[in-house]
Design a protein around this ligand. Structure first.
Ligand code: DX5
Ligand code: ZN
Length: 218
């Protein structure tokens, strides 16, 4: 089973509701919401107000990727807005463990994100606590970038640790996903693939999701 999480960053914001309904009908598993603060990453995007606006229009879990400095300050707002999964960057706070506990205190699934240069060792001691590990396969900030191949080794390390220790996290990969990279990520051990431009830059959202899901059988 390979889950697909369309990133609404590449959607047409003038029709955001329709864009979400289209991917839900097209077989998406999560809706990926990219929150950027213009500080941790050089771009400004979506906040809790968007999460609360889209919450009533889909049954899919809202997978909120916080590219924010001091994420602890915003976890409560995202949880109250209706997030189902909140992921925070390991590089964004010296208190990763505390931030994960804070997410869980809101009965929301907690995940931790690694930038391309951040090793798995940075989060060794929270692997038993998290529901998701998100491997960035581009430098965060923008959609439409090319996949960084070294991410595949990181996915494989996380898969190995998961099997060895019986951890329960899902391995999610974000950035530069097209069928060719999707297949490599799946074979390395990914459970969930985020895709923005591949899904939303084409008219038929369902056909694009089908293409990504089909890599399992190829
Ligand atoms: C990048 C975001 C991604 C982005 C992926 O910082 O975290 O979720 O939307 O876009 P694509 O699939 O176009 O690389
Ligand atoms: Zn993302």
């Amino acid at each position: 089973m390979l889950k697909i999480a369309p990133s609404i960053l590449s959607a047409d914001f003038a029709k955001l509701g329709e864009e979400i309904v289209a991917v839900e009908k097209g077989g998406a598993d999560y809706i990926h919401v990219d929150a950027m603060d213009g500080h941790f990453v050089p771009n400004l995007t979506l906040g809790p107000n968007i999460v609360s606006a889209i919450r009533p229009i889909t049954k899919l879990p809202l997978d909120c990727h916080l590219m924010l400095s001091n994420p602890e300050e915003y976890i409560g707002a995202f949880a109250e807005a209706g997030a189902d999964i909140i992921t925070i960057h390991a590089e964004a706070t010296p208190h990763i463990h505390r931030a994960i506990q804070l997410i869980k205190s809101h009965q929301v699934k907690a995940g931790v994100v690694l930038n391309p240069a951040t090793p798995v060792e940075a989060i060794s001691y929270v692997l038993e606590d998290v529901d998701m590990v998100l491997v960035m396969s581009v430098n965060p900030g923008f959609g439409g970038q090319s996949f960084i191949e070294s991410s595949l080794k990181k996915i494989a390390v996380l898969k190995e640790l998961k099997e060895t220790h019986g951890y329960t996290y899902e391995i999610e990969v974000d950035g530069g996903i097209v069928p060719e990279t999707a297949k490599k990520c799946y074979e390395a051990g990914a459970d969930v693939l985020v895709a923005g431009s591949y899904i939303y830059n084409h008219a038929d959202r369902k056909a694009q999701i089908d293409q990504l899901k089909a890599v399992i059988s190829k």
